[in-house]
Design a protein around this ligand. Structure first.
Ligand SMILES: NC(=O)C1=CN([C@@H]2O[C@H](COP(=O)(O)OP(=O)(O)OC[C@H]3O[C@@H](n4cnc5c(N)ncnc54)[C@H](O)[C@@H]3O)[C@@H](O)[C@H]2O)C=CC1
Ligand SMILES: Nc1nc(O)c(N)c(N[C@@H]2O[C@H](COP(=O)(O)O)[C@@H](O)[C@H]2O)n1
Length: 259
């Protein structure tokens, strides 16, 4: 897919919702692409392209404005994502500098990262950063060999005390955000998915266990059907504010703050 630079109208549409130059705490943007029936992929484990070229470019523009990008283990396994930044288009010299730090949330420490993983291929080519994996303490202690191997590949594994893959997941967002801010010195993070991560973060924000500053959602004009992986938090939520919509090619993008 060849990308074209975003027009000035798109840049000014996004501007207010981007991390400001100085912000006292971690700035968190929740962003993903969904179908008309709120699905983000055709099914568990399936990488599905929803964004058209214009909104995909917008995502890369967002990546260039954040220090870190976070995805869950399910997304890492399904998508083999690159998690780098290709904005401005065709400027590979700028790619490393504008790319966020990839962070994979994997409390169970189950993902396999190899030299062939796209995120490491990008890092080796100098067009993306080496990733960090966040794991629970017990899994961290159980796999010293895996940690050594990953270290040789350039992957950092960080443990979060009390991080659980099963329970109190709303509460775990406080721990995750603290780790990003205080251990990784990250000032802004964009959370891209997948569905479990998004649903939990929305709930955590509702429960005031986490802060979400901006929500930027691409809606593609397709239905993915009942088998699709769905974004639907466990409670009704109505806290979006300063909401605007704009067309990006065939898609529409919603930008919002959170009250
Ligand atoms: N359209 C889009 O913009 C995007 C689509 N996707 C799609 O989403 C699907 C993957 O979604 P899911 O299966 O829901 O997996 P996921 O990416 O949300 O990962 C789930 C795993 O993350 C960890 N996790 C999530 N929330 C946590 C929390 N609060 N505390 C501790 N650990 C937590 C757990 O290990 C959990 O098993 C894939 O098909 C992928 O293609 C993923 C990202 C963006
Ligand atoms: N913005 C957006 N639109 C889609 O249609 C998508 N499927 C995604 N997925 C996210 O992007 C990652 C893959 O892209 P890269 O290889 O990192 O460039 C994927 O892991 C999701 O986080 N996003």
């Amino acid at each position: 897919m060849s990308l074209a630079p975003l027009p000035p109208s798109a840049l000014s549409f996004l501007d207010f919702y981007l991390p400001p130059k100085s912000h006292p705490n971690l700035f968190t943007t929740l962003t993903y692409a969904a179908s008309l029936d709120s699905r983000i992929s055709l099914g568990p484990g399936l990488r599905t392209t929803l964004s058209g070229p214009e909104s995909k470019t917008m995502t890369h523009y967002l990546r260039s404005h954040h220090d870190a990008i976070l995805v869950g283990a399910g997304t890492f396994v399904a998508d083999n994502p690159g998690l780098n930044c290709q904005y401005p288009p065709a400027d590979t010299k700028n790619a490393l500098e504008c790319s966020p730090l990839p962070v994979v949330l994997d409390p169970g420490f189950g993902i396999e990262i190899t030299q062939q993983s796209k995120v490491l291929l990008n890092a080796a080519q100098g067009i993306g950063k080496y990733p960090v994996v966040l794991v629970s303490e017990d899994r961290y202690l159980a796999f010293p060999d895996k940690i050594s191997k990953l270290k040789l590949l350039g992957v950092r594994v960080l443990t979060i005390h009390n991080l659980s893959s099963q329970t109190s997941r709303s509460k775990s967002w406080k721990l995750i955000q603290n780790t990003l801010q205080h251990e990784l010195n990250v000032k802004s993070v964009m959370v891209e998915g997948g569905a479990e991560v998004i649903n939990d973060l929305l709930l955590a924000s509702h429960n005031e266990d986490a802060t979400v500053n901006s929500v930027i959602i691409t809606i593609a004009p397709v239905y993915l059907g009942k088998g699709g992986v769905q974004v639907a938090p466990s409670l009704p939520l109505d806290r979006l504010t300063n909401t605007k919509w704009e067309s990006f090619g065939r898609d529409v993008v919603m930008v919002s703050g959170v009250r």
